[in-house]
Write a protein that binds this ligand. Structure first.
Ligand SMILES: [Zn+2]
Length: 293
């Protein structure tokens, strides 16, 4: 999963599960805000391993190093303790009322764990048992960038902010609508450049969903009756439901492949693919120049 989505997910977990406060509240830093900041930073931390790429010319680091010890379940307690100690020291120097060291350690542990689980659901592979073992488990449920999941983590937090002030709700809702309406179109353009086109129907549907999400709660002010916590909990529940749907979709797709593989056409296709793979492998090793398979 991309680092921005990890951070957004961490902030949502902080607010939905631990009653953390918004990151950018108008009041001074307090326990609730430090909780959300810590969970978000914990959720981002594992991807700090990419900084090693900057100081290395090894192009294979993205495979051999990324998603290793900072993404390890075995190393997780050490990272959580370290980050909690840094946060306590920083909060003390600024005279902020921070959660206890034990609470901060638990918060960072949850943040790092959320990162590991969200990386595990992708197809890239995550070395969760490093440095003892360097295997790369992958649940292969979603691609490493999933804009739908990002939106599910982000939009409820924005809705909680939009409808937290009666006098500002309408202007905030319209502002968010103006920001989000062109987003699906922009993503589709990027997808086109990257060779992964998105259909116009999907773009239009996403625009309608964003408009409905931000503007409908303003009708007769019912959005103002929903509590800050409730928006965020709904977002957390929606994210869990989305992941459950990907598990179901994965099972259905796997069953279809199994059915195809056991059919006569499937067996012939797999035999041909296996022959082709060995042919390409031999060619790649420079032992045979034929690609006619
Ligand atoms: Zn990661």
């Amino acid at each position: 999963m991309d680092t921005i989505t990890h951070g957004i997910a961490g902030a949502l977990i902080g607010k939905a599960v631990f009653r953390g406060e918004d990151l950018f509240a108008s009041h001074p830093m307090n326990r609730g805000r430090i909780l959300t900041w810590s969970l978000m930073l914990g959720a981002i931390f594992p991807d700090s391993d990419v900084f090693r790429d900057i100081f290395s010319s090894d192009r294979l680091l993205i495979i051999t190093w990324h998603r290793s010890i900072t993404h390890s379940l075995l190393m997780l307690p050490l990272w959580a303790l370290l980050l909690a100690a840094i946060t306590r020291a920083f909060a003390n120097s600024r005279r902020w009322q921070a959660p206890s060291f034990a609470a901060l350690t638990a918060i960072y542990a949850v943040g790092i764990l959320s990162h590991i689980l969200l990386d595990l659901v992708t197809s890239f592979g995550t070395m969760i048992w490093s440095p003892l073992e360097w295997s790369r488990p992958a649940w292969d449920l979603v691609f490493i960038v999933d804009f739908t999941l990002t939106a599910i983590f982000l939009v409820p937090q924005l809705l909680a902010w939009v409808y937290s002030h009666p006098e500002k709700a309408k202007s905030r809702a319209i502002g968010m609508c103006l920001v989000f309406l062109p987003t699906p179109w922009l993503i589709a353009k990027i997808g086109e450049i990257a060779g992964a086109p998105i259909s116009g129907r999907v773009v239009l549907s996403a625009m309608i969903v964003f408009a409905a999400l931000f503007l409908l709660p303003a009708l007769q002010g019912w959005g103002l009756k929903i509590r800050h916590d409730t928006w965020n909990r709904a977002g957390f529940a929606a994210a869990l439901f989305y992941v459950a749907c990907t598990i179901y979709a994965h099972q259905v797709a796997y069953a279809r492949i199994q059915k195809f593989a056991s059919s006569g056409i499937g067996t012939a296709w797999f035999e041909r693919s296996a022959a082709c793979t060995s042919c390409v492998w031999i060619s790649a090793r420079g032992r045979r120049a034929t690609w006619n398979c």
